[in-house]
Design a protein around this ligand. Structure first.
Ligand SMILES: NC(=O)c1ccc[n+]([C@@H]2O[C@H](COP(=O)([O-])OP(=O)(O)OC[C@H]3O[C@@H](n4cnc5c(N)ncnc54)[C@H](OP(=O)(O)O)[C@@H]3O)[C@@H](O)[C@H]2O)c1
Length: 300
């Protein structure tokens, strides 16, 4: 009787230790959410009896403004890495549905999440509802991508144009990041926050004081937050694109602008998405507080 009392906890301890070791060994070799098939080797079968908590704990990526342009390309890329993706949009549901369909056709997983990043209430409400339905899951990668442009020279700029641009980029970043940080920080792998800034926020562009101010502030916030949360394995980086072919730039004089770009063309959303994918990957775990330019040599 006494022997059994002693042996049971010991056995339990050894088993637990072995299973966690095996789990780690298997996890490093595969993308975030791909489960091991039952038909694989005997050794891998053991994976199935690892605690439910570990097995069904899904790591998601949330991309604000994921319905169109750069955000859409980021959603598709992160889904191809194995992340189930949360596609946020504000109003264009057809575009968001289209992005979701494209991910699913390629075998990935995606959910739509409608909210205005400027509204703290809408953000909190959407995340609360998602968390209710996903008790064992968490959002490991946050891409603060939603942004708008309302260009004008300063002396003619309306209050609305000033505030809406700052609100979308800067307050959007604040609402989402603060809400999700408390879930990233206690996790072993922490999390990844990737902020889509702009060349305009690095260099400053005439006719864009509102946009340059918002993006420069986002860069400042990136650098400060990176230092704050680095000890909790959360990395925070910014990407500063130059001219990228999207709805945002479709009314610009492309022919004359591309003469200023050493590479001689606008960038593609997929080129920005590839950089986001790298920053979200394990290979980038020692990069934080950085601002990475992607602009065809326009400004270095
Ligand atoms: N394109 C460029 O050359 C360029 C260069 C540098 C930086 N950037 C930055 O890159 C990011 C993406 O730009 P883009 O060119 O892909 O823009 P885009 O094609 O105009 O797409 C903007 C996306 O943001 C969403 N959005 C806008 N306001 C929102 C809000 N309040 N709440 C939630 N979603 C909102 C839109 O959703 P709906 O579909 O619902 O409207 C859409 O998905 C922006 O931050 C932009 O400033 C772009």
């Amino acid at each position: 009787m006494r022997k059994t009392t002693f042996l049971v906890p010991l056995l339990f301890f050894v088993l637990q230790f072995e299973l966690e070791r095996l789990q780690k060994a298997l996890i490093i070799k595969r993308p975030p959410n791909q489960f091991v098939s039952w038909k694989e080797t005997d050794k891998k079968k053991t994976y199935w009896i690892i605690k439910k908590h570990h097995l069904f704990n899904m790591k998601y990526a949330l991309v604000t403004g994921g319905s169109r342009g750069i955000g859409r390309a980021i959603c598709i890329k992160l889904a191809s890495m194995g992340y189930p993706v949360l596609i946020n949009f504000q109003s264009n549901k057809d575009a968001a549905e289209d992005a979701k369909d494209e991910i699913e056709r390629a075998g990935g997983r995606a959910e739509l999440m409608k909210f205005n990043v400027c509204s703290k209430e809408e953000v909190d409400d959407a995340i609360n509802r998602w968390e209710e339905k996903h008790k064992d899951d968490y959002i490991e990668v946050l891409v603060n991508n939603a942004g708008i442009r309302r260009d004008n020279v300063m002396f003619m700029m309306s209050d609305e144009d000033w505030h809406s641009v700052i609100d979308t980029t800067l307050n959007g970043f604040f609402h989402l990041t603060r809400r999700l940080l408390k879930h990233m920080m206690p996790r072993k792998r922490g999390g990844r926050i990737i902020n889509i800034a702009s060349l305009s926020g690095v260099k400053g562009l005439p006719g864009q004081t509102n946009y340059s101010a918002a993006k420069a502030a986002l860069i400042g916030a990136t650098k400060a937050l990176a230092q704050e949360v680095a000890p909790r394995n959360v990395t925070v980086n910014a990407i500063a694109p130059g001219f990228i072919e999207t709805d945002m730039t479709k009314n610009l004089p492309e022919e004359s602008l591309k003469k200023l770009i050493p590479i001689g063309r606008f960038g593609k959303p997929e080129e920005v998405a590839a950089l986001v994918a790298f920053l979200a990957s394990d290979e980038a775990s020692y990069i934080t507080g950085e601002v990475i330019n992607i602009n065809g040599g326009l400004y270095t």
